[in-house]
Structures are given as structure tokens and as C-alpha cells.
Design a protein around this ligand. Structure first.
Ligand code: SF4
Length: 439
């Protein structure tokens, strides 16, 4: 850390706690306790750092809802009320977790076990099908560093990193110079498969436009060619036969290919089957060359949640402790399903905003039950809450561990102090757990 003449601290090697890229080359200029400048981050990452210092949109104290109105209260009161809600509940939902540290997630698992609740994260509505497919057919993956140093063919399928992970291509895939790819993009080819011409597709060497919800068919056609078969129809999934042959040839003839896939593949018709077919395609390609795949995980620590929950329970998401032992049955124990069936009678939402993103039926049930929200900011979910406990922002106001999308763990740094009296998620959850067990 360097201090300049005007009293500004330069903090190097900061990790951006926004998306699954976890860029670790950010430099932050801090004056007093305010972040003044951010270097190297994309617009989204820069905004996260700068807005952390703007206190106007943050909670300044815990809140409890009385007769439909929020009243400021002490942390002790808010924790007592939250503990009471969890103790009175037969089966609470503990949801969110993707934008907090592994240390907080670990305490969250203990809290779910102590309360006989269901613990689940945003993975349930994004890459859940990828996890299920990986459990079925394996995970021929690599690190982003290997991709940077070795890949000569990069494919984005159903993903638009220009919008969702703005530095993915410049740090890890297309543009950087790698050990075996010294000329950066000149040594690689970029292909995009998507239903529409996205910003990423605009800069790709090849854009393959697939008809919505027919990714499975296109993957199957590619597998047919890769395995020595023949396509007899004129087109598959809206893609002319000749284009499919060209794509398959490029895949088989590259030296080191990587397929990055996003929610265009995980959430279109076929879901888990799209992914197990894509993984099988990668397996087939490894008979011809070296090929891997990596899911484009969104939230910066959604991967960490899967890791932590798996260490603790053996399962990666949607774990139900209501029978006294961990039970995992996606479609039954997954958040949207239990909310739609009205199965939980209280909820603790942390580091996510289901009020803004869940289907109406699920949000309707959340609005009916006692709700605890732990979040630094106002969100549609905190509006519905009965208790709001503000927290420090991990990676800016407190340290913690997070897993990058390629399952590489990184230590996030603390850059500034949180607002007075505001604790990290881990500390809040530890106190809550103590009250639930002993209080
Ligand atoms: S790409 Fe993601 S991790 Fe990197 S600076 Fe942008 S938001 Fe942050």
C-alpha cells in the first residue's frame, strides 16, 4: 500500500467482488475512508467500489417493521427478533449466499442445521442444471489461467460476457497474450453460439445463430459429426448443415479449445440435458484434440457456496435439514418449488434479492411469511422484510474467501472501514446462531 503527498492511499492487488471473474488486479485510491478512484476494473466493478463509499443508499441502522412501518432499532434487538422468528419456525428457508464470503456461508450451513431449515443459493435459478449434469457425466474443466496460456479456440455458447463479465475476454480468454499464445487474439479464434447477435457475437470471428430452445439439437448434430456420423437434413436448429460441418471441423482441428456456457444453455428447453450433451460433446472432442468447458458463473461467490455446502453436507445446493439430516432432491428441495408449494414458514435472505427476480408465485409466499433480510442496501426484498440487518460489503469493507468461476479460491481484501456499528455477514450470522442455539 502506498501513501501519496495528499494523503491518498493507493491499495494495489484488490479483488473485485462483483462477478465470477474475480479480477485480482484492481487498484483503489482511498482518501480518508472514501474510495476516490478505481483502476483496471470494468464499469460494473468500478461502480460497486465507488457506490460502497456513498452512504446515501445504505442502511444506517437495523430496522424492525412495526404496524407496517420500519422503525430503527439496535443490532441486539434486531438479532433477538430474527432469532425469535427462526426459533418459532418449523421449517425456515435460508436463501441467497452468492454475494458473501465462504466464511459466512459456513456459518449459514450451521444455522440451517440448527433451525431444521432449507439452505439454497442463487445457483438454484442459474447454473443448477449445470451442477446436475456435472454430477451425471463429469466435469472436463480447466482454470482460466490455462485458458489464457493455451487456448486457440474459445467458444461462448448462450453467454454474452461483454455485458455480464466485461473483463472475461480481456483477462482470460481472447485478448491476453498467453505462454503458448504470444500474439493474443491473433493466435486464437472466437466463436459465439447464441439466439441473437449479442455484443460478444459482434466481435466474434464466427457467429452461429441457433433457434431459441433448440441448443440440444445443435449439440447433438455436432456430436454426430465428431463421432464420424453424417447429417442428412438441410439444417438443424436453424443452422445450415454446411455451417455445422465447419463448426465441427474447427472444434476437432484446434489445439486447445474451451467452451464457456451461460444461462442461454442452462435455462433454455432441455436445461440439464443441454449441459450433459455439451459435456458429452467435449468428451467426444477429446478423442481428436484437447477440449474443456467452464460454466460462466455470475455472482462472485456462487461457486464458493457450492464448495462450502458440499464440504459440509455432501451436496452442492438445495439442502433440506427438516428431517434432522441433509437431504438433497432438486425439484423438491429447491427454493422456487418449496415457495410455490408454500412449504416454508419463515425466511432469512442474505446477499441476494429474490424479491426482484423470483417468479410472482414464489415472491407472493415470501411476502406472507416472517422475513429476515441481511443486506447492505435497500432492495425489493428488504422492503418485504420484518427485520433488516445491515451488513458490511465483503471484499471492500471486510475480508473473506471467494471462489472464481473455475473453482480457484481467492482471498478478498478489506479496503475501507464499514459504516459505524455495521458488522460483516459472518459476525451477524455467528451471533444469530448463538442466540438460536443458546438464547
Ligand atoms: S469483470 Fe467482473 S470481477 Fe472483473 S472488474 Fe468487471 S465486474 Fe469486477
Amino acid at each position: 500500500m502506498n501513501m501519496s503527498n495528499n494523503g491518498t492511499r493507493q491499495v494495489p492487488d484488490v479483488i473485485c467482488p462483483f462477478c465470477g471473474c474475480l479480477c485480482d488486479d484492481i487498484e483503489v485510491a482511498v482518501s480518508g475512508n472514501k474510495i476516490e478512484k478505481v483502476k483496471h476494473a470494468c464499469k460494473i466493478g468500478t461502480a460497486k467500489f465507488l457506490y460502497a463509499s456513498l452512504r446515501s443508499h445504505r442502511f444506517t441502522s437495523p430496522l424492525i417493521k412495526v404496524d407496517g412501518e420500519f422503525k430503527a432499532t439496535t443490532l441486539e434487538n434486531a438479532l433477538e427478533k430474527a432469532a425469535e422468528i427462526l426459533k418459532e419456525s418449523n421449517k425456515p428457508l435460508l436463501y441467497g449466499w452468492s454475494a458473501t464470503s465462504c466464511e459466512a456461508q459456513r456459518v449459514g450451513v450451521a444455522l440451517a442445521e440448527a433451525t431444521g431449515g432449507v439452505i439454497d443459493a442463487t445457483v438454484t435459478v442459474c447454473h443448477g442444471p449445470s451442477i446436475l449434469a456435472i454430477q451425471d457425466v463429469g466435469f472436463p474443466s480447466i482454470t482460466l489461467g490455462e485458458c489464457k496460456n493455451r487456448s486457440d479456440l474459445v467458444i461462448y455458447w448462450g453467454a454474452n460476457p461483454m455485458a455480464s463479465h466485461p473483463r472475461h475476454m480481456s483477462r482470460y480468454t481472447c485478448f491476453p497474450r498467453g505462454f503458448f499464445r504470444e500474439r493474443g487474439l491473433k493466435d486464437r479464434e472466437l466463436i459465439v453460439v447464441d439466439v441473437r447477435k449479442t455484443d460478444t457475437a459482434n466481435i466474434a470471428g464466427t457467429f452461429v445463430q441457433v433457434r431459441p430452445n433448440e441448443d440440444y439439437e445443435l449439440v447433438s448434430a455436432l456430436r454426430c459429426i465428431v463421432n464420424g456420423g453424417e447429417i442428412t437434413c438441410k439444417e438443424v436448429a436453424g443452422v445450415p448443415k454446411e455451417e455445422i460441418y465447419v463448426l465441427a471441423e474447427k472444434m476437432m482441428n484446434c489445439h486447445f479449445g474451451v467452451l464457456f456456457f451461460g444461462q442461454g444453455l442452462t435455462q433454455s428447453y432441455g436445461k440439464i440435458r443441454n449441459i450433459d450433451n455439451a459435456i458429452s460433446l467435449v468428451r467426444d472432442l477429446n478423442r481428436h484434440t484437447k477440449f474443456s468447458l467452464v460454466p460462466m458463473r455470475g455472482h462472485y461467490n456462487v461457486t464458493g457456496f457450492d464448495e462450502v455446502l458440499t464440504w459440509q453436507t455432501g451436496y452442492p445446493f438445495a439442502v433440506d435439514f427438516s428431517r434432522g439430516y441433509p437431504r438433497y432432491n432438486p425439484g423438491d428441495t429447491t427454493t422456487i418449488d418449496i415457495l410455490r408449494r408454500g412449504e416454508v414458514d419463515a425466511a432469512l435472505i442474505i446477499a441476494s434479492d429474490p424479491g426482484a427476480h423470483f417468479p410472482a408465485k414464489a415472491v407472493e409466499h415470501l411476502a406472507k411469511i416472517p422475513l429476515i433480510a441481511i443486506d447492505p442496501h435497500w432492495t425489493p426484498t428488504t422492503e418485504m422484510a420484518d427485520v433488516v440487518i445491515p451488513s458490511a460489503i465483503v471484499g471492500i469493507e471486510t475480508e473473506g474467501t471467494a471462489y472464481r468461476m473455475d473453482t480457484v479460491p481467492l482471498k478478498l481484501r478489506k479496503v475501507i472501514e464499514p459504516p459505524e456499528g455495521i458488522l460483516p455477514d459472518e459476525e451477524i450470522l455467528k451471533r444469530l446462531l448463538e442466540m438460536v442455539i443458546n438464547g
